[in-house]
Design a binder for this molecule. Structure first.
Ligand code: CU
Length: 128
């Protein structure tokens, strides 16, 4: 193999490592919300190649309103699923979709796209 071949291989391996790191190890910025006047915790979540923020902290026992703002039409993100809450919702492209739930137990609850490729976590904590 020529030096050029090696550099192509190296670039490919680095890219794969970077993608794996992104999907499995990066913990996107967490958003924390306390209930507003009406006792509703509203959290905006941008959907664009992933969920931003990827970790959403909400208080147990409050009505939680997650506003998914889907800024793409890639079919991967067209559905969002909250397995622990029995929720599966279609997210129209370039629109905001509200998902409401009231978590009654603390813990970490994943949410994903319809194919479980994009991942986020709902962290339910005791209200302080
Ligand atoms: Cu997907």
């Amino acid at each position: 193999m020529t030096p050029l071949d090696w550099s192509v291989v190296l670039a490919g391996v680095s890219l794969i490592a970077l993608i794996n790191w992104y999907f499995f190890f990066s913990e996107p910025v967490a958003a924390s919300m306390s209930p507003s006047a009406g006792g509703i915790a509203e959290v905006p979540i941008v959907v664009h190649g992933g969920y931003s923020p990827g970790t959403v902290r909400v208080p147990r026992g409050s009505r939680v309103r997650l506003v998914f703002d889907r800024q793409e039409d890639s079919s991967c993100s067209e559905e969002v699923v909250f397995p622990d809450f029995g929720i599966r919702r279609f997210l129209p492209a370039h629109e905001k979709t509200v998902v409401e739930l009231t978590p009654s137990t603390t813990g970490r609850f994943p949410f994903t796209c319809g194919m479980s490729m994009l991942r986020g976590t709902l962290v339910v904590e005791d209200p302080s």
